[in-house]
Design a protein around this ligand. Structure first.
Ligand code: CP
Ligand code: NVA
Length: 306
């Protein structure tokens, strides 16, 4: 059966734990200079309908490390941008490539693409979810602080695609998630209700940060929402993450941001350089986590019978 990764729920809890642990193993192997090329002759198609730095570089570098190849495709110079149906594109690309990652707008686009694809499809960000970033965030927390289960995380800012993936992560990894958003910018109520065992909406950034083991945020204006930038700056002004806000959190708390960051907006000028910030490790772990994900989707769990 072809396995896709459109949200974090596409892996069961055991599989997710395996991928996170494998990501750390692949990171050590990479740091030690171990050559490991299980993807010789394999091709990743990367479809980007939105901009990217980390996602593109991490997938492309990951394929190079694994001995495979990556093809960058954008709607500007493929038939995708001229109205070729998603399903037809999926049928054709999946006959030529071994795995496909897509960054697009509507989540239904990746669902439709996956339904017509012969090979694994990975969601590299939609308006609704960003599960690859969560793999890196979860790996980073474990790397610095150990077990996720039983911890309390804070999401402060927009109830956006990252927030929705954090809700999935809370359920999958058994931590509590406190979410603070301005009125009108909360995550999907259906998600809050479905995962209410692990997720709670609170009234202020301070209420979310208090005693949290990890505080995360993201830009106030996501890709595709640029015309709302000025209203969002006003509505989100009480949701900036600062070292002072972090002082309310657990003394061992970490700070994460998927990046790119806007200093002076969702983070103060000094937040990314604070000793509690692990944003550069978090960014690097995109590489290792996605290598583990692609290996799992194509080759299954290494050294385990699943
Ligand atoms: N965090 C993230 O997905 O970054 P890019 O938009 O640069 O890929
Ligand atoms: N929420 C942001 C994440 C960027 C990586 C966006 O969708 O633009």
């Amino acid at each position: 059966m072809t396995r896709h990764f459109l949200t974090l729920l596409d892996l069961d809890r055991q599989e997710l734990a395996y991928v996170l642990q494998r990501a750390q193993t692949l990171k050590s192997m990479h740091q030690q200079g171990t050559e490991y090329q299980p993807f010789k002759g394999k091709v990743l198609a990367m479809i980007f309908e939105k901009a990217s730095t980390r996602t593109r570089v991490s997938f492309e570098a990951g394929m190079a490390h694994f001995g495979g190849h990556a093809i960058f495709l954008s709607p500007r110079d493929t038939q995708l941008g001229r109205g070729e149906p998603i399903e037809d594109s999926a049928r054709v690309i999946s006959r030529m490539c071994d795995v496909i990652m897509i960054r697009t707008y509507q989540h239904s686009n990746v669902e439709r693409f996956a339904a017509a694809s012969r090979v694994p499809v990975i969601n590299a960000l939609t308006d609704s979810y960003h599960p690859c970033q969560l793999l890196a965030d979860l790996q980073t927390f474990q790397e610095h602080r150990g077990a996720l289960a039983g911890k309390t995380f804070a999401w402060i800012g927009d109830g956006n695609n990252m927030c929705s993936s954090y809700i999935h992560a809370a359920h999958q990894c058994d931590f509590q998630l406190k979410i603070a958003c301005p009125y009108g910018f909360e995550p999907d109520p259906a998600l809050l209700q479905r995962f209410s065992d692990h997720v709670e909406l609170v009234n202020s950034a301070e209420d979310a940060a208090r005693d949290a083991h990890m505080v995360a945020t993201d830009v106030w204006t996501s890709m595709g929402q640029e015309n709302e930038t000025s209203i969002r700056k006003r509505r989100f002004s009480a949701y900036q993450i600062t070292p002072r806000l972090m002082d309310l959190a657990d003394p061992d708390a970490l700070f994460m941001h998927c990046l790119p960051a806007h200093r002076g907006e969702e983070v103060s000028e000094d937040m990314l350089d604070d000793s509690r910030s692990v944003v550069w490790d978090e960014a690097e772990n995109r590489l290792h986590a996605q290598k583990a994900l692609m290996e799992f989707l194509l080759l299954g769990a290494i050294g385990q019978s699943t």
